[in-house]
Ligand binder design. Structure first.
Ligand SMILES: [Zn+2]
Length: 304
């Protein structure tokens, strides 16, 4: 999820559940936000951002380390800091769990595995979750003097959030079954959830050198906004596939393809896009390589 949604979730949870344990409450809110501080790696450049974002700070290794510190603080008789660290552990686990339900990919098993995992249940900005957070926080502001009501608001919030995530897993499973049963060929398929409707998915299916993209309604199975795009990867020279940007993008997405080749007197320009990511017409990952007539890369643009 985006960092603002994580912060709202942490606040709506902590406000009612830990009214008398401020250290635990602060730790829980910080834990819900802290893993995304890895986005600061963007300062060191695009490569650093792609290498660090949703990796080490979103992992079992990081959570276990903070848990060890928490146990150490509690055993050393420093309960306030110990409680803060326990809150951090719970908040981080909530953060990683929700990011895992998105599509970007999380190295949640690091250091045991370098693989990025993504369940593709919920898009990283989700209208229902943001709405649920706002309604809960407004209700909590209105009933802040009634401790019992405040506690129930957080219990209902956490229960509703867990039920929603569970429901989204069922809907995503149905979307996968619908797409698989409609495909007579077994090529790679990507099914990405969207922001506004839990039933709308962006599908990309690769077969016979073509990318078949469409929008799927997981209730009716209706496929709309279909477009068949030619994959031009076979015409891409090695100079391009050996460049660092191409290799990073291909390692992140099996649906990162060359979709456009422009030739003119000065040389050729190759344009690549990740066809999984089409929500909001984002250009994330778009790479353009301009080669001269000798086949040497003269210019590269990369949207990250
Ligand atoms: Zn995150």
């Amino acid at each position: 999820m985006d960092i603002a949604t994580h912060a709202l979730i942490g606040t709506a949870t902590a406000a009612g559940l830990f009214q008398t344990q401020p250290a635990l409450a602060v730790g829980l809110v910080l834990g819900n936000v802290a893993p995304d501080l890895d986005a600061l790696s963007r300062v060191a450049g695009k490569h650093a951002f792609l290498r660090f974002h949703q990796t080490y700070t979103h992992s079992a290794g990081a959570i276990a380390t903070v848990l060890a510190v928490a146990v150490g603080l509690l055993m050393a008789g420093i309960p306030v800091w110990g409680e803060l660290a326990i809150g951090l552990v719970v908040g981080m686990a909530m953060h990683v769990g929700l990011d895992l339900a998105n599509s970007y990919g999380v190295k949640c098993l690091w250091p045991f595995s370098q693989k990025r995992f993504a369940l593709d249940w919920i898009f990283f900005i989700d209208a229902f979750i943001v709405g649920l957070c706002f309604v809960t926080l407004v209700a909590q502001c209105l009933c802040q003097t009634d401790k019992n009501l405040l506690r129930w608001s957080s219990i209902i919030f956490v229960t509703a959030l867990m039920l929603y995530v569970g429901l989204r897993s069922v809907i995503a499973g149905r979307a996968k079954r619908l797409v698989n049963s409609a495909s007579n060929q077994r090529g790679p398929i990507s099914i990405i959830p969207t922001t506004w409707s839990p039933f709308r998915f962006l599908v990309c299916r690769q077969q016979n050198g073509l990318a078949d993209t469409f929008t799927l309604d997981a209730r009716s199975g209706l496929e709309t906004e279909g477009e068949v795009i030619a994959i031009l990867d076979e015409n891409v020279p090695e100079t391009v596939t050996q460049c660092r940007e191409w290799q990073v993008m291909r390692s992140l997405s099996a649906f990162f393809f060359c979709l456009e080749i422009d030739s003119n007197a000065e040389g050729e320009t190759y344009t690549f896009r990740d066809l999984r990511i089409r929500n909001f017409r984002t250009k994330f990952g778009k790479l353009t390589c301009q080669l001269d007539n000798r086949g040497v890369i003269q210019r590269k643009t990369w949207d990250v």
